[in-house]
Design a protein around this ligand. Structure first.
Ligand SMILES: O=C(O)CCC(=O)C(=O)O
Length: 246
């Protein structure tokens, strides 16, 4: 499902654009459900990440977070079962992977800057990648609304940003910004240096991350613990295989 060119680009640069996989109606339906959840969950939004001891994200100042979207509506199913996305994840992690978490992140106006980071404790130089992310754009990503930055090729270096840069909060000379219309999807190897940028507009910059890990790694959200009967019935064996809940 991924062309040879897409696979080679992903391997070389650590990210690839998969195009606009969602229609405008699908984006609208996702944003509607997200708004409902933000209203209902209020201060508790993202609590599942705290429970699972994954504390960095919900405490992020300047970003809204929602977690465990797997169990919060059918509208989210496509985000971790789309065949093209699964093909992209397989290209990075091999056949033995599972969903780690399905979370919402919005960079709030005038906020959202993150240091360049990888989602792993150390650098991985031999290609045995452990984690891989997908970002689904729920707004157009533009140069000034907090688009994700990536430093292409850094998943193959032996250094982490904090070892190579004086200040990983600063722009990197080689960084690119993910820029594409709402409904687009990018795969990025989580070992590539990446991070959110400042949203200089007065509107949220919304996205959902379907984040995957190798089968032998713990999930950010323990999918077996959280899965509801309703989700099980809805997604069937194929979905459960991706969640590793069977
Ligand atoms: O949402 C983004 O632009 C990037 C988020 C990210 O890298 C993170 O939260 O670790």
């Amino acid at each position: 499902m991924l062309t040879l060119e897409e696979k080679e680009f992903l391997d070389k640069n650590g990210y690839v654009a998969l195009g606009q996989l969602l229609s405008n109606d699908e984006v609208e339906a996702l944003n509607k459900r997200i708004n409902e959840l933000l209203n209902v969950e209020g201060e508790n939004a993202g609590a599942e990440l705290i429970e699972s001891k994954y504390i960095r994200h919900p405490k992020e100042d300047g970003a809204d977070r929602l977690a465990d979207l797997v169990n919060k509506g059918q509208v989210f199913d496509i985000l971790y079962t789309h065949p093209k996305v699964l093909a992209g994840i397989k290209a990075v992690l091999g056949i033995n992977f599972k969903l780690s978490s399905l979370n919402y992140r919005a960079a709030k106006p005038r906020k959202g800057l993150q240091k360049l980071h990888v989602d792993w404790k150390n650098s991985v130089v031999n290609g045995t990648y452990k984690v891989c992310n997908t970002i689904w754009l729920l707004d157009d990503f533009t140069p000034d609304n907090g688009a994700t930055r990536i430093v292409p090729g850094t998943h193959k270096t032996s250094k982490l940003p904090e070892e190579a840069m004086e200040d990983p909060m600063q722009p990197h000379p080689d960084q690119i910004l993910i820029q594409a219309p709402a409904g687009s999807v990018f795969i990025f190897n989580s070992h590539v240096w990446h991070g959110g940028t400042t949203n200089l507009t007065d509107k949220d910059r919304r996205s959902i991350h379907s984040y995957f890990c190798a089968k032998d790694q713990p999930q950010q959200i323990d999918q077996k613990k959280y899965i509801t009967e309703e989700t099980r019935k809805r997604i069937g064996l194929k979905g459960e295989r991706v969640l590793d809940t069977l």
